[in-house]
Design a protein around this ligand. Structure first.
Ligand code: SF4
Length: 64
């Protein structure tokens, strides 16, 4: 699911410590740097939000 990134989104991610990237997902194989469910992880990886125009949420995300 794609979501636009604006100042409110950036502020709320910081304020509430929102987690939604592969690095915080229970299905991410950290040593192998890949999704254990074999989904393409690149669109869901952690990146700086300051320059981002949108984020892509993974519907399979599960907090570790
Ligand atoms: S299930 Fe989705 S969020 Fe979790 S590691 Fe795989 S691609 Fe990333």
């Amino acid at each position: 699911m794609r979501s636009l990134v604006d100042e409110r989104f950036r502020r709320e991610v910081s304020q509430f410590a929102l987690c939604f990237t592969c690095e915080r997902c229970a299905h991410f194989d950290l040593p192998a740097q890949r999704c254990a469910h074999e989904y393409p992880s690149e669109p869901h990886r952690q990146r700086p939000l300051q320059a981002a125009l949108e984020v892509v949420f993974c519907k399979e995300f599960e907090l570790e």
